[in-house]
Design a protein around this ligand. Structure first.
Ligand SMILES: [Cu+2]
Length: 278
């Protein structure tokens, strides 16, 4: 959405907080948004960086003028305030036109990205996400595959008072689940999201998605994951005492591996598996 040169300038000016796509942020880089692995997350990152640079330029201009004035027009240097000037049409036009221009410029950059983010047409598959206190339910629409995804057993044990297992001993403590949401790379995935009790929010930073799950409403959106990998998130709406214990884990697989996974999860395959066991 944003011209390539703008992104290149953004990345070259502040390399310390720019990240290769898909890399988990660490150290100082955790202060910034992740670039992520979807076009939506990259659009959000680019717009965020553009807005930051605009803010930095404004800050330099305003503070530069202030500091220049404080140094050069001090009372000790003999400066005397002009008490006759009450109005300057030229100054008012300038200080109205420049902010208006900046806002129009930012809107011009933002609107195409917003339209792109909301365009759920021509999706390859649809998943239904439902928030519960305190777990997620995922349904692959039209496939007959659905399951709950709750906090992983090891995290759940380690979070209890006086547990033998300590949080530091658990990989991805509070960011691991019993059943991960498996999705294909490269497919346009549309999601429908709601909740069954209170408001939750499905937030996966690397996908650039943070969408409210509201009882009685269905929100919709889409994303297309570029790289295979595991992407972690959390409920981002304060939803009760275990709000911090309903993480999200998305595993993105190449299309063939996803198709095999989905086939094995279909009811017929599950029934065959159950009947074959003694
Ligand atoms: Cu929640």
């Amino acid at each position: 959405m944003i011209p390539r040169h703008a992104r290149a300038i953004a990345l070259s000016l502040l390399p310390v907080i720019s990240l290769p796509a898909g890399a988990a942020p660490s150290g100082w880089r955790q202060l910034n948004l992740p670039v992520g692995v979807t076009s939506i997350s990259r659009d959000a990152y680019d717009l965020h960086m553009l807005a930051i640079y605009v803010c930095i330029l404004i800050g330099i201009a305003v503070f530069g003028a202030m500091i220049y004035a404080m140094i050069n027009f001090r009372k000790s240097k003999g400066a005397v305030a002009d008490r006759t000037l009450t109005h300057s049409t030229k100054a008012e036009v300038i200080w109205t036109a420049i902010p208006a221009f900046i806002l129009i410029f930012l809107a011009w950059q933002t609107v195409p990205a917003l339209i792109h983010i909301e365009d759920t047409r021509d999706s390859d598959m649809t998943i239904r996400i439902t928030g519960y206190q305190w777990k997620w339910h995922y349904e692959y629409m039209g496939e007959g595959v659905s399951f709950y995804s709750a906090l992983g057993e090891r995290s759940n044990t380690a979070r209890q008072r006086n547990a033998a297992l300590r949080p530091a001993e658990v990989d991805h403590y509070l960011l691991e689940v019993d059943e991960v949401l498996v999705l294909p790379v490269g497919a346009k995935i549309r999601y429908l999201i709601s909740a069954n009790d209170v408001i939750h929010a499905w937030w996966v930073p690397e996908l650039g998605i943070k969408r409210d799950a509201i009882p009685g409403f269905i929100n919709e959106g889409w994303f297309r994951i570029d790289q295979p990998g595991t992407y972690r998130g959390q409920c981002a709406e304060l939803c009760g005492k275990d709000h911090g214990f309903m993480p999200i884990v998305v595993e993105a697989l190449p299309p063939e591996e996803f198709a095999a996974w989905l086939a094995a999860r279909r009811p017929a395959a599950q029934a065959a598996l159950a009947s074959s066991q003694p």
